[in-house]
Write a protein that binds this ligand. Structure first.
Ligand code: LIP
Length: 273
């Protein structure tokens, strides 16, 4: 299986790197965009072009593979995950950043087999940050192996989380409550505006944990394997096992930190994918 994953990964990496050039052309911000679910949920032509390039290239090489892409789902495709090799794609994660020219946007591409992520690529072409991982082979940033921090307690932890692109009142109340919890109990809060890059910061050991409610499978499929291959854990924010279709994620450097955070969080349960 691992030599097959190597073959799949190598093909995907070439396509991600070349698609990254489409993002690089708008380094000062892509000012033409459409609205999706609300007035702070954007999509640009580049999001669509990157996704089409990745799906086109991968389906040509691996015709039996399945795809879950953010913009294909937005256009009506079903978000169905089987045991088949499935590429789970966010073509531009951090689209709001991309529109503003805030240089933290990335292509997030996860390969999921038997409903578990086995390979992941998170590529920020603007800052030339390439996070990669394959099952059992470690996690890397630009080819250098990376590892999570060893922080075990919230009082010593830097925690990344996002408000998200939702104006939902109940969700906003939960976000503010959790902000208070983390600020009063931890070292601080960081938010890059990209779920995938927040998870990559945990894998890098720069942040010690990341959680978010309302994200999608395409935001976390790559980050899940990259964090785990960097020695971290990925669980449900209430403390149970991670469920890629639940639209909830909590990843951390250590199981102890993950469990402590799960106990202080105010929970929010979005509708599943
Ligand atoms: C974004 C996520 C981010 C979340 C935003 C948005 P997008 O993905 O990466 O963590 O807070 O609401 O979903 O829409 O830029 O691909």
């Amino acid at each position: 299986m691992s030599s097959q994953i190597d073959e799949y990964f190598d093909a995907a990496l070439e396509l991600v790197k070349s698609s990254g050039n489409l993002i690089k052309e708008h380094v000062t911000g892509c000012k033409v965009f459409e609205l999706k679910s609300c007035d702070i949920d954007f999509v640009t032509e580049i999001d669509k072009k990157v996704e089409q390039t990745l799906i086109g290239g991968l389906s040509e090489k691996f015709p039996s593979h399945k795809f879950i892409g953010e913009e294909s789902v937005a256009d009506g495709a079903k978000c169905i995950l089987t045991d088949d090799p499935t590429w789970v794609i966010d073509p531009v994660d951090g689209t709001m950043n991309f529109v503003h020219g805030f240089p933290h946007s990335c292509i997030s591409l996860g390969l999921v087999i038997n409903k578990i992520s086995v390979a992941g690529i998170i590529y920020n072409p603007i800052l030339e940050q390439l996070f990669t991982a394959k099952k059992g082979q470690g996690a890397f940033l630009n080819g250098r192996q990376i590892h999570v921090s060893q922080v075990k307690e919230l009082r010593n932890a830097l925690v990344a989380f996002e408000a998200g692109t939702s104006r939902d009142e109940e969700k906003t109340k939960v976000v503010f409550e959790n902000y208070k919890q983390i600020v009063s109990k931890g070292h601080g809060v960081r938010a890059l505006g990209s779920a995938a890059l927040n998870m990559a910061m945990v894998a890098l050991g720069g942040a010690d944990a990341n959680f978010e409610f309302g994200i999608h499978a395409w935001d976390v499929a790559a980050g899940d394997i990259i964090v785990r291959e960097a020695g971290g854990v990925c669980i449900d924010p209430a403390g149970g096992p991670f469920d890629i279709l639940s639209r909830r994620v909590l990843c951390a450097s250590t199981p102890e930190l993950a469990q402590e955070i799960s106990k202080v969080l105010c929970q929010y349960y979005p509708e599943r994918e």
